[in-house]
Design a binder for this molecule. Structure first.
Ligand code: BTN
Length: 259
């Protein structure tokens, strides 16, 4: 069952008593964007923490797009990481996307990763991830992993989004507890973080296994260019590899065009 507002007490007690990585979770009834707020208040709290909101008035997506964030329907949160993290951004992208795949599979949902970190089901987006960083004198001192997961919105009723977005509730035909999903996500994320040091190869292979259109023909848009080719893999820096008659091409930004 979905409750509104989120059960702040439950989330706080879970994070404070069971998380080994985050000290706290800060709840907002509404906020412009949990990512923007993360940068505003990063120094107000000790260590790593999480910001979660029931509503975002200016949810941020990739490529300056807006993230649809209706009140109390879905999950909108940011993981605020201040610890010295030595691994690369690409590994965080891979770990976060894989965590969402694992969490969805606990609900028997088979999702795919559309490079680099869109999570899709039936060619529609179920989760978006926006990782932002802050550097101080060339040293990364803040990482914000913003995650939006479509939990209970019925996108079939939203004309502009019904072809491109889907939710957990639509797939399961019942409303889902956002607290339960969030807690499962967090447990999985922390397990992955623990594994990162010792089994990077395994984490990378899991990501590749769920990569949408691997070894298939795709259309890829980068800047103003549209390129066609076979998606032949992702390298250890997280770049997508496209093969076509002109050879092998590596891209760090851009997006796969669906259909
Ligand atoms: C995308 O475009 O795919 C990324 C979407 C990321 C949305 C989440 S919702 C929580 C966090 N706060 C934001 O403003 N954006 C991210």
């Amino acid at each position: 069952m979905n409750t509104c507002p989120l059960n702040e007490k439950l989330l706080k007690s879970f994070v404070q008593n069971h998380s080994s990585f985050f000290n706290n979770i800060i709840y907002y009834k509404n906020i412009d964007s949990t990512n923007i707020e993360s940068f505003r208040i990063a120094n107000k709290y000790e260590g790593n923490f999480i910001i979660i909101s029931d509503y975002q008035s200016a949810g941020k997506g990739q490529f300056n797009r807006k993230w649809f964030s209706p009140e109390c329907e879905n999950l909108y949160f940011s993981l605020v990481i201040k610890d010295k993290i030595h691994f690369k951004n690409s590994l965080l992208v891979i770990t976060t996307a894989s965590t969402v795949i694992k969490t969805l599979s606990q609900y028997n949902i088979n999702a795919f990763i559309k490079w680099p970190n869109d999570i899709i089901v039936k060619k529609k987006k179920i989760c978006g991830i926006l990782i932002e960083e802050k550097y101080n004198k060339n040293i990364r001192d803040l990482i914000v992993i913003g995650i939006g997961i479509n939990i209970n919105t019925n996108f079939k009723k939203i004309k502009e989004l019904k072809r491109i977005a889907i939710s957990v509730a639509q797939l399961l035909k019942r409303n889902i507890s956002r607290e339960e999903f969030f807690i499962k996500f967090l447990q999985n994320f922390e397990n992955e973080l623990k594994r990162i040091q010792i089994c990077q190869e395994e984490i990378f292979n899991f990501y590749l296994k769920y990569l949408y259109k691997l070894n298939k023909k795709i259309k890829f848009k980068t800047g103003t260019k549209l390129i066609k080719g076979i998606l032949s893999g992702v390298d250890k820096n997280g770049s997508i590899i496209l093969k076509n008659r002109e050879g092998e091409h590596y891209f760090t930004t851009g997006e796969i065009i669906l259909n």
